[in-house]
Design a protein around this ligand. Structure first.
Ligand code: FES
Ligand code: FES
Length: 213
């Protein structure tokens, strides 16, 4: 049988902690701590306030036009435009890259202006017109949008993950008149990251589409 080890020396902090709790019997202290913890976890419900729920006061109805179709939906107020498009409307052409406004994969047009869908709250878009990559799909004549065709002609993608965002951004870039030179296009498309590094060909594609306008 090994000899009993003496208690280790106690630090001043431990002594002080012990002093502050020693007035409570151990079981009483644990029960009080558990009750406090449960109140913190349960939050407002235990305190008599209404519980947060997506179906309660934290949701709103929004009506917007997406690719020419009027849509009305009730959504959680925290829903981003990107999630509204992908998760609620099934428009998965718009991609989620960083979900933090840093890559441009989620670029769509709102009332003709390019925005990052991941940074845009959907409830703010009541009455807005949204255009996604699906909205550029061939019409009855079967022709692609000129910038879609230019991306094919210039071989401006590899994996293609960034491509919908690049195309939507490129359309707006041309409309804004920022296609005067390769350097200008690079500057005004700088919010759209291509991990495959297709920048030279992306710039050529935007130039080709801008010339054909
Ligand atoms: Fe929106 Fe990256 S997913 S900027
Ligand atoms: Fe792969 Fe741009 S083509 S990320």
């Amino acid at each position: 049988m090994s000899p009993e080890l003496p208690d280790p020396p106690r630090s001043p902090a431990a002594e002080s902690e012990s002093a502050s709790t020693s007035a409570l019997p151990r079981r009483t202290f644990i029960a009080a701590s558990a009750a406090t913890g449960a109140a913190v976890v349960a939050g407002p419900a235990l305190l008599g306030a209404p519980a947060a729920s997506a179906a309660g006061g934290h949701s709103s109805q929004v009506s917007l036009t997406v690719n020419g179709n009027r849509r009305t939906i009730t959504i959680d107020n925290r829903t981003s435009l990107l999630d509204l498009l992908r998760e609620h409307f099934g428009l998965t052409g718009t991609k989620k890259g960083c979900d933090a406004g840093a890559c441009g994969a989620c670029t769509v047009l709102v009332d003709g202006r390019r925005v990052n869908g991941c940074l845009t709250l959907a409830v703010r878009l009541d009455g807005a017109e949204v255009t996604t990559i699906e909205g550029l799909s061939p019409g009855e004549d079967g022709r692609l949008h000129p910038l879609q065709q230019a991306f094919i002609d210039q071989d401006a993608f590899q994996c293609g993950y960034c491509t919908p965002g690049q195309i939507m951004s490129g359309i707006a870039c041309a409309r804004e008149g920022h296609t005067g030179s390769a350097a200008e296009i690079r500057e005004w498309m700088s919010g759209n990251i291509c991990r495959c590094g297709c920048y030279v060909k992306i710039v050529r594609a935007v130039q080709q589409a801008a010339k054909g306008r």
